[in-house]
Ligand binder design. Structure first.
Ligand SMILES: *Cc1c(COP(=O)(O)O)cnc(C)c1O
Length: 410
């Protein structure tokens, strides 16, 4: 290869990422990622692993011993929980309030589970009564749901569902990737058995690590499927009585042993992503859960008010809107993708398109993590207004920024 085949030195443009994720990471997270690599069993590394467990118990507001990272994007956390809990033929109940509900169904089907859905119109959420009725009729092993479904920007209320699951002996799993740190999530208080997330939303990191937490009863169910690889098995290891987990990489029984006191070798923990996850948690806990959520609410409310003041219409049942992302209808006769392209080319700002039934109808604008800030909100509103004016959309000039500023003190 000649040097001209080596492309240019990596130098991505500065973008302001105001879509539904990924977002710009906190500068301290970038610093953490660039820290030196150390060996997998270096006592400093295993020490960091213990710290990460403790930090994420704080982030998740849980006492769950089994709180750790799955290496991979948020989807790897989802897949790890579902493949480790569900055996072929097991029943799982899943409300589908948007794209990510469909993803849970898809993964559960691949695992061989019997999937029953509660189908909800996009823009709405599922009621506890609907959940209880479906649980009684279907008697699933697991109830699996998404909290904040970024595809619709709706936040599924969870507070009453855990108690229903407990009463019927059902395990309760939630994908809270998009909602954690932006919206209230009380894992222990709401009796959640398994929660998985990612870093690239309100936690303010890059994608590539999936923090998860498991209740004792969920860990027990998984450990009944324990099967230790032949190459590392010792005389004192006992095989679980239930069917072996179908994925090696996502076998949470083995992953728990790697994170546990025995430190049984499994994958090589992604050092740089562990540094990132550790810094995301430190930033979150330093600011404090209530303040982090309040900051997301303030930025989200400011963005929503600004869009409405401009004359645009918000998507979905606003009573259940996530704090950190808003759906807004694309004005009649406007090519939504063209506007997004112009925002990127002229202002370096990225906003989101939509999937499925909302494609071409709705943009999604996020205010998450490092970008849940007044300046990011105002810059995005000014830019969007300018591009819409360029395309002769009738907007109330100047009103958006004023309305958004009203959410912040002078
Ligand atoms: C963004 C998002 C994810 C992201 O999954 P990745 O594998 O990290 O791309 C997962 N679940 C929900 C609900 C999300 O909004």
């Amino acid at each position: 290869m000649s040097t001209s085949d080596l492309f240019e030195t990596l130098d991505p443009p500065q973008r302001l990422l105001m879509g539904p994720g990924p977002i710009n990471a906190y500068p301290r997270v970038h610093q953490a990622i660039s820290a030196s690599l150390i060996g997998q069993y270096d006592p400093v590394m295993t020490g960091y692993m213990n710290q990460v467990q403790s930090l994420y118990r704080g982030v998740f507001e849980t006492n769950n011993q089994q709180t750790l990272l799955v290496n991979g994007t948020a989807r790897s956390g989802i897949e790890a929980v579902l493949v480790s809990v569900l055996q072929p033929g097991d029943k799982v109940l899943i409300p589908v309030i948007g794209r990510f509900g469909h993803l849970l169904c898809e993964i559960a089907k691949r695992v061989g589970a019997q999937v029953k859905t509660i189908d909800i119109e996009w823009g709405e959420v599922c009621s506890p009564e609907q959940v209880e009725k479906a649980i009684k009729a279907f008697q699933p092993k697991l109830f699996a749901t998404v909290q904040g479904d970024t595809s619709t920007t709706m936040n599924q209320p969870l507070a009453e569902i855990g108690e229903i699951c407990q009463r019927h002996g059902v395990l309760f799993y939630c994908d809270a990737t998009a909602s954690i740190a932006g919206n209230e999530l009380k894992i222990d208080e709401w009796h959640l058995d398994a929660v998985s997330v990612g870093l690239q939303k309100c936690l303010g990191g890059p994608s590539g690590s999936a923090p998860i937490t498991l209740s004792d009863r969920c860990a027990e169910v998984i450990n009944r499927r324990k099967h230790i690889e032949a190459g590392i098995r010792a005389a004192h290891h006992v095989e679980g009585c239930d069917a072996m987990i179908q994925s090696n990489y996502f076998d949470l029984a083995m992953i728990m042993d790697y994170w546990g006191p025995e430190r049984l070798n499994h994958h090589t923990e992604s050092t740089s992503m562990l540094y990132a996850a550790r810094e995301c948690a430190r930033l979150f806990l330093e600011e404090g859960v209530d303040k982090v959520i309040a900051r997301h609410q303030q930025a989200g409310d400011a963005m929503a008010s600004g869009l409405q003041a401009m004359g645009l219409t918000l998507f979905g049942n606003q009573q259940y809107k996530m704090n950190n992302v808003v759906g807004v209808y694309i004005p009649q006769g406007i090519d939504g993708d063209k506007v997004r392209q112009q925002l990127q080319q002229r202002f370096g700002i990225e906003i989101g398109t939509s999937f499925g039934p909302l494609h071409g109808k709705v943009w999604r604008i996020g205010t998450m993590g490092y970008n849940a800030r007044q300046d990011c909100v105002l810059t995005t509103l000014v830019a969007l207004e300018s591009i819409l004016l360029k395309y002769k959309v009738k907007v109330s000039s100047g009103q958006a920024v004023l309305a958004a500023m009203a959410h912040y003190r002078d």
